[in-house]
Design a protein around this ligand. Structure first.
Ligand code: PLP
Length: 370
């Protein structure tokens, strides 16, 4: 039987093994481990890739949001609105500033609902943090309009959306700052934890630089409180060749998404994510292929019995349902209904076309088709 794991971690290394090893060796032989040239080169190249003025490598995609919130001056007494269909990391970043995360529902597109954001605004609201989930950028026109109307800062959780665009503009470049995760399973993954922050404002860039390096300025003088959240130069060395290959990564993921669409679109029990060319406003990069299915749990078991791995994001629980966090109880009907049906199929460049045909065939069989 064919075996298709949900994710193939060794592939993250094997894909460009020789180039990556050579790049890492250059760092190791110089002993150039912290805040060295490969990191600065990576920051310049990734900023150019998303067309942002500045990029700052950080330790992971959670601390990056924390650092961005600190740079925005957000703290105790403030409220920050985010969608309940996100990783706990988005809410945790807010929590650790001392501010209150305010969770709202998804819209029909399963991304943060701008109407719900507007309804959640109070006199304490300082910011909104849209999560560009699964490699699809939120409708930023609508969010920017709400933010402008209420004087809110936008900090984007683009952990899953490097290279994704809305109306030609890259995720992570719309607001005060945007945060991307470079975790190994991400579209651009390093060999451990990593992240990057984007901003277009010089002043914010200078603040981020200090905040992520113990509050030190370019002379090593501590000028503010800060944290240690730097991207290792060794990780940047891994990422440099991967970034060169990244456009091919996106092309392949979009092709895989198209194959899923073509082979599953007439299965009535499924609701698929938008196809790659479903509309002109979005350019999706398919970090994940998240769909909704009737009899989801039985379908996942049937896939497993046939050698196909799948997962449910966030352990199947939206943020507002984690009861141990002291968040106020609320009902968010769209996200709750979504979590009864959602799951992720394999989506990564170790998959062959035949793997996708096989997965689709198993799904069709499950629903009694041919
Ligand atoms: C939507 C979202 N936000 C934040 C994060 C946190 O990123 P990291 O794991 O790099 O801290 C992730 C990572 O899985 C994510 O998917």
């Amino acid at each position: 039987m064919r075996q298709i794991p949900f994710f193939n971690y060794p592939h993250v290394y094997q894909q460009q093994k020789e180039e990556i090893l050579a790049s890492m060796m250059r760092v190791m032989e110089r002993g150039a481990f912290i805040l060295q040239e490969e990191l600065f080169q990576f920051e310049r190249e990734i900023a150019r890739f998303v067309n942002a003025e500045y990029a700052v490598g950080v330790a992971n995609g959670t601390e990056s949001m924390f650092v961005a919130l600190l740079a925005a001056g957000i703290g105790p007494g403030d409220e920050v609105i985010l969608c309940s269909h996100t990783y706990i990391a988005t809410a945790a970043a807010v929590h650790f500033t001392g501010a209150t995360p305010v969770l709202v529902d998804c819209g029909e597109d399963r991304l943060i609902d701008p109407v719900a954001v507007e309804n959640a605004v109070t006199s304490r609201t300082r910011a909104v943090m849209p999560t560009h989930l699964n490699g699809r950028t939120c409708n930023m026109d609508r969010l920017q309009a709400v933010a402008a109307k209420h004087g809110l800062i936008i900090i984007e959780d683009a952990a899953q959306a490097l290279g994704s665009k809305f109306k030609g503009r890259s995720a992570g470049t719309f607001g005060f700052a945007g945060s991307v995760s470079l975790y190994p399973a991400k579209v651009l993954g390093c060999f451990g934890d990593g992240g990057v922050l984007f901003t277009n404002a010089e002043k914010t860039y200078e603040q981020l630089l200090k905040l992520h390096d113990h509050g030190r300025d370019e002379n090593g003088m501590v000028v503010t409180w800060g944290v240690n959240s730097r991207l290792d130069t060794l990780q940047a060395a891994v990422l440099l060749p991967k970034l060169k290959n990244f456009p091919n990564e996106i092309i392949r993921r979009r092709k895989l998404a198209q194959l899923y669409t073509d082979n599953l679109k007439d299965v009535p029990e499924l609701r698929l994510p938008p196809a790659p060319d479903a509309d002109n406003d979005h350019f999706d990069i398919y970090q994940n292929y998240e769909l909704e299915a009737e009899n989801r749990d039985e379908l996942r078991q049937y896939l497993k019995n046939n050698g196909v791995g799948s997962i449910i994001q966030w352990g199947g629980t939206p943020v507002h349902k984690f009861t141990g966090l002291g968040l106020p109880g609320k009902c968010l009907p769209v996200v709750e209904e979504f979590f009864r049906k959602c799951f992720l199929l394999p989506m990564n460049t170790s998959l062959s076309d035949d793997d996708v045909y096989y997965i689709c065939e198993i799904i069709r069989k499950f629903y009694g088709g041919c």
